[in-house]
Design a binder for this molecule. Structure first.
Ligand SMILES: [Zn+2]
Length: 354
Protein backbone atom coordinates (compact mmCIF):
# COMPACT_ATOMS: atom_id res chain seq x y z
CA UNK A 1 0.00 0.00 0.00
CA UNK A 2 2.74 2.38 1.02
CA UNK A 3 4.58 1.51 -2.19
CA UNK A 4 1.47 2.32 -4.24
CA UNK A 5 1.14 5.73 -2.57
CA UNK A 6 4.85 6.38 -3.16
CA UNK A 7 4.52 5.51 -6.88
CA UNK A 8 1.44 7.76 -7.11
CA UNK A 9 3.24 10.70 -5.44
CA UNK A 10 6.31 10.22 -7.67
CA UNK A 11 4.04 10.05 -10.71
CA UNK A 12 2.31 13.32 -9.77
CA UNK A 13 5.67 14.97 -9.09
CA UNK A 14 7.15 13.78 -12.41
CA UNK A 15 4.06 14.90 -14.26
CA UNK A 16 4.17 18.36 -12.63
CA UNK A 17 7.88 18.54 -13.33
CA UNK A 18 7.53 17.69 -16.99
CA UNK A 19 4.55 20.07 -17.34
CA UNK A 20 6.66 22.73 -15.74
CA UNK A 21 9.61 21.97 -18.04
CA UNK A 22 7.49 22.01 -21.19
CA UNK A 23 5.85 25.25 -20.02
CA UNK A 24 9.31 26.70 -19.46
CA UNK A 25 10.37 25.48 -22.91
CA UNK A 26 7.31 27.09 -24.46
CA UNK A 27 8.00 30.28 -22.57
CA UNK A 28 11.58 30.33 -23.83
CA UNK A 29 10.57 30.38 -27.49
CA UNK A 30 9.18 33.87 -27.53
CA UNK A 31 7.93 35.35 -30.74
CA UNK A 32 10.89 37.30 -32.13
CA UNK A 33 10.45 41.01 -32.77
CA UNK A 34 9.77 41.88 -36.40
CA UNK A 35 13.02 42.43 -38.26
CA UNK A 36 13.87 45.56 -40.23
CA UNK A 37 15.96 43.38 -42.52
CA UNK A 38 13.33 40.95 -43.79
CA UNK A 39 9.68 39.95 -43.56
CA UNK A 40 8.46 36.42 -42.99
CA UNK A 41 5.73 34.99 -45.25
CA UNK A 42 4.21 31.57 -44.86
CA UNK A 43 3.90 29.78 -48.21
CA UNK A 44 2.37 26.52 -46.95
CA UNK A 45 2.20 24.54 -43.70
CA UNK A 46 5.83 24.13 -42.63
CA UNK A 47 7.29 26.44 -45.29
CA UNK A 48 8.24 30.09 -44.84
CA UNK A 49 10.19 32.58 -46.87
CA UNK A 50 12.10 35.52 -45.43
CA UNK A 51 11.93 38.29 -48.01
CA UNK A 52 14.84 40.69 -47.90
CA UNK A 53 13.94 44.31 -47.21
CA UNK A 54 15.44 46.46 -49.96
CA UNK A 55 15.09 49.62 -47.92
CA UNK A 56 18.34 49.72 -45.92
CA UNK A 57 17.98 46.02 -45.00
CA UNK A 58 21.12 43.94 -44.57
CA UNK A 59 19.75 40.52 -45.47
CA UNK A 60 20.18 41.18 -49.24
CA UNK A 61 18.93 37.81 -50.53
CA UNK A 62 15.75 35.87 -49.73
CA UNK A 63 15.99 32.94 -47.33
CA UNK A 64 13.76 29.95 -46.61
CA UNK A 65 12.71 28.01 -43.50
CA UNK A 66 11.33 24.48 -43.84
CA UNK A 67 9.96 22.34 -41.03
CA UNK A 68 10.73 18.83 -42.22
CA UNK A 69 8.97 17.43 -39.15
CA UNK A 70 11.83 15.90 -37.24
CA UNK A 71 14.32 18.54 -38.36
CA UNK A 72 14.46 22.15 -39.51
CA UNK A 73 16.17 23.46 -42.63
CA UNK A 74 17.28 26.98 -43.53
CA UNK A 75 17.97 27.95 -47.13
CA UNK A 76 20.48 30.77 -47.93
CA UNK A 77 20.99 32.48 -44.56
CA UNK A 78 21.70 36.07 -45.70
CA UNK A 79 24.70 38.41 -45.89
CA UNK A 80 25.56 38.91 -42.23
CA UNK A 81 25.73 36.81 -39.07
CA UNK A 82 23.72 39.42 -37.23
CA UNK A 83 20.72 39.17 -39.62
CA UNK A 84 21.11 35.38 -39.68
CA UNK A 85 20.69 35.38 -35.89
CA UNK A 86 17.30 37.03 -36.42
CA UNK A 87 16.43 34.35 -38.97
CA UNK A 88 17.57 31.66 -36.56
CA UNK A 89 15.24 33.03 -33.88
CA UNK A 90 12.31 32.89 -36.32
CA UNK A 91 13.22 29.36 -37.42
CA UNK A 92 13.26 28.26 -33.78
CA UNK A 93 10.00 30.00 -33.00
CA UNK A 94 8.13 28.78 -36.09
CA UNK A 95 9.32 25.17 -36.09
CA UNK A 96 10.01 24.74 -32.33
CA UNK A 97 13.35 23.16 -33.22
CA UNK A 98 16.97 24.05 -33.65
CA UNK A 99 18.15 24.25 -37.24
CA UNK A 100 19.68 20.96 -38.45
CA UNK A 101 20.44 21.84 -42.09
CA UNK A 102 21.67 25.00 -43.76
CA UNK A 103 21.74 25.07 -47.56
CA UNK A 104 24.11 27.36 -49.45
CA UNK A 105 22.63 27.58 -52.94
CA UNK A 106 25.71 29.26 -54.41
CA UNK A 107 28.98 30.80 -53.22
CA UNK A 108 27.98 34.49 -53.23
CA UNK A 109 28.42 36.44 -50.00
CA UNK A 110 24.72 37.26 -49.48
CA UNK A 111 23.76 33.57 -49.65
CA UNK A 112 26.39 32.17 -47.30
CA UNK A 113 27.69 34.59 -44.70
CA UNK A 114 24.99 33.92 -42.12
CA UNK A 115 25.81 30.20 -42.12
CA UNK A 116 28.29 30.51 -39.26
CA UNK A 117 25.60 31.30 -36.67
CA UNK A 118 24.04 27.83 -37.16
CA UNK A 119 27.26 26.02 -36.30
CA UNK A 120 28.09 23.61 -34.78
CA UNK A 121 24.54 22.18 -34.57
CA UNK A 122 23.68 22.29 -38.26
CA UNK A 123 25.12 20.45 -41.24
CA UNK A 124 25.94 22.85 -44.05
CA UNK A 125 24.96 21.59 -47.50
CA UNK A 126 26.09 22.71 -50.94
CA UNK A 127 27.12 21.21 -54.25
CA UNK A 128 30.74 20.11 -54.40
CA UNK A 129 31.56 22.88 -56.89
CA UNK A 130 30.01 25.54 -54.62
CA UNK A 131 32.02 24.27 -51.68
CA UNK A 132 35.24 24.55 -53.70
CA UNK A 133 34.26 28.05 -54.79
CA UNK A 134 33.53 29.12 -51.20
CA UNK A 135 36.95 27.84 -50.13
CA UNK A 136 38.64 29.57 -53.05
CA UNK A 137 36.82 32.91 -53.09
CA UNK A 138 35.50 33.67 -49.62
CA UNK A 139 38.70 34.34 -47.59
CA UNK A 140 40.03 36.66 -50.28
CA UNK A 141 36.69 38.41 -50.67
CA UNK A 142 36.38 39.00 -46.93
CA UNK A 143 39.82 40.58 -46.95
CA UNK A 144 38.96 42.74 -49.95
CA UNK A 145 35.76 43.93 -48.31
CA UNK A 146 37.57 44.74 -45.08
CA UNK A 147 39.69 47.21 -47.03
CA UNK A 148 37.16 48.58 -49.50
CA UNK A 149 33.61 48.28 -48.12
CA UNK A 150 33.85 51.45 -45.93
CA UNK A 151 34.84 53.53 -48.98
CA UNK A 152 32.07 52.00 -51.09
CA UNK A 153 29.55 52.71 -48.35
CA UNK A 154 30.58 56.37 -48.20
CA UNK A 155 30.41 56.65 -51.99
CA UNK A 156 26.88 55.23 -52.12
CA UNK A 157 25.70 57.54 -49.34
CA UNK A 158 27.22 60.53 -51.15
CA UNK A 159 25.52 59.49 -54.39
CA UNK A 160 22.15 60.00 -52.70
CA UNK A 161 22.39 63.77 -53.16
CA UNK A 162 22.66 63.89 -56.95
CA UNK A 163 21.16 60.59 -58.10
CA UNK A 164 18.23 60.32 -60.51
CA UNK A 165 14.81 59.39 -59.10
CA UNK A 166 15.11 55.73 -60.19
CA UNK A 167 18.60 55.48 -58.77
CA UNK A 168 17.49 57.11 -55.52
CA UNK A 169 14.88 54.39 -55.03
CA UNK A 170 17.58 51.73 -55.29
CA UNK A 171 20.39 53.34 -53.32
CA UNK A 172 19.05 52.30 -49.87
CA UNK A 173 19.50 48.69 -51.02
CA UNK A 174 23.20 49.33 -51.69
CA UNK A 175 23.61 51.23 -48.44
CA UNK A 176 22.23 48.16 -46.64
CA UNK A 177 24.60 45.91 -48.59
CA UNK A 178 27.80 47.81 -47.80
CA UNK A 179 26.67 48.65 -44.27
CA UNK A 180 26.14 44.94 -43.68
CA UNK A 181 29.66 44.20 -44.89
CA UNK A 182 31.22 46.91 -42.73
CA UNK A 183 29.36 45.84 -39.59
CA UNK A 184 30.08 42.12 -39.96
CA UNK A 185 33.69 42.09 -41.06
CA UNK A 186 35.18 41.51 -37.59
CA UNK A 187 33.11 38.46 -36.73
CA UNK A 188 33.23 36.68 -40.08
CA UNK A 189 34.96 33.40 -40.80
CA UNK A 190 34.60 31.01 -43.70
CA UNK A 191 31.97 28.40 -42.81
CA UNK A 192 32.70 25.67 -45.33
CA UNK A 193 29.89 23.21 -46.18
CA UNK A 194 30.40 19.76 -44.63
CA UNK A 195 27.76 17.88 -46.61
CA UNK A 196 28.20 18.02 -50.36
CA UNK A 197 26.32 16.62 -53.31
CA UNK A 198 26.37 16.52 -57.09
CA UNK A 199 23.28 16.36 -59.29
CA UNK A 200 20.60 16.01 -56.60
CA UNK A 201 19.93 15.20 -52.96
CA UNK A 202 16.72 14.31 -51.11
CA UNK A 203 16.28 15.34 -47.50
CA UNK A 204 13.44 13.24 -46.20
CA UNK A 205 11.59 14.42 -43.11
CA UNK A 206 8.68 13.03 -41.14
CA UNK A 207 6.37 15.79 -42.44
CA UNK A 208 8.00 17.23 -45.54
CA UNK A 209 10.75 16.23 -47.93
CA UNK A 210 12.81 18.52 -50.12
CA UNK A 211 14.90 17.82 -53.17
CA UNK A 212 18.03 19.83 -53.87
CA UNK A 213 18.80 19.95 -57.56
CA UNK A 214 22.09 21.12 -59.02
CA UNK A 215 22.01 23.26 -62.15
CA UNK A 216 25.42 23.75 -63.72
CA UNK A 217 26.62 26.70 -65.80
CA UNK A 218 23.64 28.98 -65.32
CA UNK A 219 23.83 31.82 -62.84
CA UNK A 220 27.15 30.47 -61.53
CA UNK A 221 29.12 27.33 -62.34
CA UNK A 222 26.82 25.41 -59.97
CA UNK A 223 23.55 26.48 -58.32
CA UNK A 224 21.28 24.49 -56.03
CA UNK A 225 17.53 24.85 -56.40
CA UNK A 226 15.37 23.57 -53.54
CA UNK A 227 12.17 21.85 -54.62
CA UNK A 228 9.25 20.82 -52.46
CA UNK A 229 7.34 18.64 -54.94
CA UNK A 230 4.45 17.82 -52.58
CA UNK A 231 3.60 21.54 -52.31
CA UNK A 232 4.59 22.76 -55.79
CA UNK A 233 7.16 25.18 -54.35
CA UNK A 234 10.59 25.91 -55.84
CA UNK A 235 13.27 27.99 -54.13
CA UNK A 236 15.19 29.15 -57.19
CA UNK A 237 17.92 31.23 -55.55
CA UNK A 238 19.83 33.44 -58.04
CA UNK A 239 18.58 31.49 -61.04
CA UNK A 240 15.53 33.71 -60.65
CA UNK A 241 15.41 37.39 -59.80
CA UNK A 242 12.04 39.06 -59.95
CA UNK A 243 11.96 42.51 -61.54
CA UNK A 244 15.65 43.14 -61.11
CA UNK A 245 18.64 42.74 -63.35
CA UNK A 246 20.52 39.56 -62.60
CA UNK A 247 24.32 39.47 -62.49
CA UNK A 248 25.21 37.20 -65.36
CA UNK A 249 29.00 37.42 -65.56
CA UNK A 250 29.65 34.37 -63.35
CA UNK A 251 27.78 31.87 -65.50
CA UNK A 252 26.41 31.10 -68.92
CA UNK A 253 23.37 32.69 -70.54
CA UNK A 254 22.41 29.59 -72.50
CA UNK A 255 22.65 27.31 -69.47
CA UNK A 256 20.63 29.79 -67.45
CA UNK A 257 17.88 29.94 -70.07
CA UNK A 258 17.78 26.15 -70.14
CA UNK A 259 17.12 26.08 -66.38
CA UNK A 260 14.43 28.75 -66.58
CA UNK A 261 12.68 26.85 -69.37
CA UNK A 262 12.90 23.59 -67.47
CA UNK A 263 11.27 24.94 -64.29
CA UNK A 264 8.77 27.05 -66.24
CA UNK A 265 7.54 24.01 -68.14
CA UNK A 266 7.40 21.72 -65.11
CA UNK A 267 3.70 21.69 -64.31
CA UNK A 268 4.33 20.36 -60.79
CA UNK A 269 5.51 23.80 -59.64
CA UNK A 270 3.40 26.93 -59.25
CA UNK A 271 5.11 28.96 -56.52
CA UNK A 272 8.64 30.23 -57.07
CA UNK A 273 10.89 31.94 -54.54
CA UNK A 274 13.46 34.08 -56.32
CA UNK A 275 16.88 34.81 -54.82
CA UNK A 276 15.91 38.47 -55.00
CA UNK A 277 12.47 40.05 -55.31
CA UNK A 278 8.94 38.96 -54.48
CA UNK A 279 7.58 35.40 -54.45
CA UNK A 280 5.87 34.73 -57.77
CA UNK A 281 4.18 32.35 -60.17
CA UNK A 282 5.57 31.21 -63.50
CA UNK A 283 5.52 34.53 -65.39
CA UNK A 284 8.79 36.03 -64.04
CA UNK A 285 10.66 32.92 -65.24
CA UNK A 286 9.53 33.67 -68.77
CA UNK A 287 10.30 37.38 -68.37
CA UNK A 288 13.85 36.64 -67.22
CA UNK A 289 14.28 34.18 -70.10
CA UNK A 290 13.19 36.96 -72.49
CA UNK A 291 15.51 39.47 -70.81
CA UNK A 292 18.45 37.17 -71.44
CA UNK A 293 17.29 36.59 -75.02
CA UNK A 294 16.84 40.32 -75.67
CA UNK A 295 20.24 41.37 -74.43
CA UNK A 296 21.82 38.48 -76.33
CA UNK A 297 20.18 39.75 -79.53
CA UNK A 298 21.35 43.31 -78.82
CA UNK A 299 24.92 42.10 -78.32
CA UNK A 300 24.91 39.93 -81.42
CA UNK A 301 24.10 42.98 -83.52
CA UNK A 302 27.36 44.59 -82.38
CA UNK A 303 30.08 43.99 -84.97
CA UNK A 304 32.37 46.98 -84.50
CA UNK A 305 33.93 48.90 -81.61
CA UNK A 306 31.83 51.98 -82.36
CA UNK A 307 28.63 49.90 -82.37
CA UNK A 308 29.67 48.51 -79.00
CA UNK A 309 30.20 51.99 -77.57
CA UNK A 310 26.83 53.08 -78.97
CA UNK A 311 25.08 50.09 -77.37
CA UNK A 312 26.66 50.87 -74.01
CA UNK A 313 25.23 54.37 -74.17
CA UNK A 314 21.74 53.30 -75.13
CA UNK A 315 19.18 53.37 -72.32
CA UNK A 316 18.04 50.07 -70.83
CA UNK A 317 15.23 48.61 -72.99
CA UNK A 318 11.82 49.78 -71.81
CA UNK A 319 10.44 46.55 -70.30
CA UNK A 320 13.40 46.37 -67.94
CA UNK A 321 14.08 50.05 -67.28
CA UNK A 322 12.32 50.23 -63.94
CA UNK A 323 13.99 47.06 -62.62
CA UNK A 324 16.29 47.20 -59.61
CA UNK A 325 20.06 46.72 -60.03
CA UNK A 326 20.24 48.76 -63.26
CA UNK A 327 23.99 49.04 -62.62
CA UNK A 328 24.29 45.37 -63.66
CA UNK A 329 22.94 46.04 -67.15
CA UNK A 330 26.11 47.34 -68.82
CA UNK A 331 28.42 44.69 -67.30
CA UNK A 332 25.89 42.10 -68.49
CA UNK A 333 26.13 43.41 -72.05
CA UNK A 334 29.90 43.52 -71.82
CA UNK A 335 30.04 39.93 -70.59
CA UNK A 336 27.98 38.68 -73.54
CA UNK A 337 29.99 40.71 -76.08
CA UNK A 338 33.27 39.42 -74.67
CA UNK A 339 32.10 35.79 -74.51
CA UNK A 340 30.78 35.94 -78.10
CA UNK A 341 34.07 37.45 -79.27
CA UNK A 342 36.07 34.82 -77.41
CA UNK A 343 33.98 32.02 -78.88
CA UNK A 344 34.38 33.27 -82.43
CA UNK A 345 38.16 33.66 -81.93
CA UNK A 346 38.35 30.09 -80.66
CA UNK A 347 36.31 28.87 -83.64
CA UNK A 348 38.50 30.63 -86.16
CA UNK A 349 41.60 29.21 -84.45
CA UNK A 350 40.08 25.75 -84.72
CA UNK A 351 39.34 26.27 -88.42
CA UNK A 352 42.95 27.40 -89.04
CA UNK A 353 44.26 24.32 -87.22
CA UNK A 354 42.27 22.05 -89.54
ZN1 LIG B 1 21.92 36.57 -54.75
Amino acid sequence: MRATVWVFVMGVLLCCCSMDLSAQFRRKIKKPKPSSNFTIEQLAPGVWVAISNDYYGKAICNAGIVDLGDRTLVFDPFLTPSVARELKAFARYLTKKQVSFVVNSNYRNDHIRGTQVFLPNASVISTSITRKEIERIEPEEQEWERKHAPTLLQAVKKRMTNASTTEKEELPFWVGYYQGMVESVDELFTATPDMIFDDSLWLTGTKLSVKLVERRSGNTSSDAVMLIPSLGIAFMSDLLSNERHPWISDGSVEGWQESLKLFYEDTLYHTYVPGHGKVCGKEPLRTLYEYLEDIKTLCESVKTDSAEIALMHQPIPQPYRSWFCGRFYQPNLQFIINSTRQRSEENSLRVRQY
